[in-house]
Design a protein around this ligand. Structure first.
Ligand code: HEM
Length: 352
């Protein structure tokens, strides 16, 4: 067993972990590992927003155009496609792309075909909305957690490596203890979101600036390989509770520090749904996220049933769960919306 914090990211502590040094978790879990040379990564959420069936074709074409862009030089090392319908009834499709090198991402973004498409005035009059939410966390500002070591997801795919089983998990507060910066910093939030340019209105572009220590989580599950009792358990007991928790964050999140929550299903390259989903949310602080996870009845129930079932199934779970969590400095966040409704992503709750 080893620490979730990679050796080269350890430093003299000024803050304690929540566990004692001899703590042993009740079941194993793993963290992704990047080579030491990877100092910063990029998680890019490229979204297309549309309303009504007649606009779906146009939205899919736009999503595929974005995904085609990923094959250009300096494109991402990995991407996923996902869909959800938001509280206002809009379809949102997102291409989520990961780079292990911010310079490569900047070169890719500046590629004439990529940048010109995004900047084109046609984007203002396509009849659909677009957004880019880009997080660029430095290595000390994010953590990953997987319940299996053999099929990484998200940023884990481009990080490329995996730890042995880690110590800091299966207790409230373990997410914080896995983030290297928690060794020396409380990661408290400061400031507010600001509108950097534009207005949120039809035919408009708007850029939003993030404040200090906004926390972001992508927490996913895949039930493809589950069968029998385990599948029934996930689909009939866990998923409905999870869904309720995700709806709560979507509809009432602002009151508890959750700026935006999307409960999304993966799509294959032809647009067909996969048996994989995730919650993607942005929070005022890591502490607000922790409070929801450890106190909201929905997540407490899911957490409890997960703990019971891993043990009942003697750790032979086919359900795969993972998450990636980042705590971001203002210069590690870029949010831009074109033609999107005012409750989209980081616009939610902002008067623009
Ligand atoms: C089927 C779905 C889910 C299951 C089975 C599940 C279960 C768990 C478990 C077992 C942990 C403890 C992990 C460990 O340290 O070993 C955990 C932590 C956590 N989960 Fe979930 N979860 C699910 C979905 C979600 C979603 C969608 C979100 C939010 C978008 C979320 C937010 C969190 C957070 C913030 C923590 C960290 C709590 C802390 O360490 O203080 N979870 N979850």
């Amino acid at each position: 067993m080893e620490s979730a914090i990679a050796e080269h990211l350890k430093c003299p502590r000024t803050r304690h972990r929540r566990i004692e040094d001899d703590y042993a978790p009740p079941y194993p879990a793993w963290s992704a590992r990047a080579p030491q040379g990877v100092g910063q990564v990029v998680m890019g959420f490229f979204g297309v927003q549309s309303r009504g069936r007649e606009m779906q074709g146009r939205a899919c074409a736009a999503l595929l155009e974005i995904a085609r862009g990923f094959t250009r030089a300096d494109g991402p090392g990995h991407h996923d496609l996902a869909h959800h319908v938001d509280a206002d009834g809009y379809d949102n499709m997102i291409a989520i792309a990961y780079w292990d090198d911010p310079q490569r991402f900047e070169r890719w973004s500046a590629t004439p075909g990529i940048d010109a498409w995004w900047q084109s005035d046609e984007r203002l009059s396509d009849g659909i909305g677009y957004f880019r939410e880009i997080a660029l966390p430095r290595s000390e500002r994010y953590e990953t957690l997987f319940n299996t070591p053999d099929r990484l997801e998200g940023i884990g795919v481009v990080m490329g490596g995996v730890s042995s089983d880690i110590q800091e998990h299966a207790y409230w507060g373990s997410m914080r203890d896995r983030i290297p910066l928690s060794q020396t910093d409380a990661m408290a939030p400061a400031g507010t979101r600001t509108v950097l340019a534009g207005r949120s209105a039809p035919g408009q572009r708007v850029r939003v600036g993030g404040h200090q220590n906004i926390a972001m989580i992508r927490s996913g599950q895949e039930w493809t390989d589950t069968q029998g009792q385990e599948r029934k358990l996930y689909l009939e007991e866990m998923e409905p509770v999870l869904h309720e928790g995700m709806d709560f964050l979507r509809d009432q999140g602002l009151g508890i520090g959750c700026y935006s929550n999307r409960y999304m299903q993966h799509l294959d390259p032809t647009g067909a749904p996969l048996q994989k989903s995730f919650g993607l949310s942005f929070w005022r602080s890591l502490a607000d996220m922790e409070r929801w996870a450890e106190s909201h009845p929905t997540h407490v129930a899911i957490f409890g049933s997960f703990m019971r079932y891993v043990q009942a199934l003697n750790f032979q779970l086919q359900l795969r769960v993972y998450h990636e969590v980042s705590v971001l400095k203002p210069d590690e966040q870029r949010y831009e919306y074109i033609n999107c409704h005012p409750r989209t992503g980081l616009l939610n709750g902002l008067s623009v």
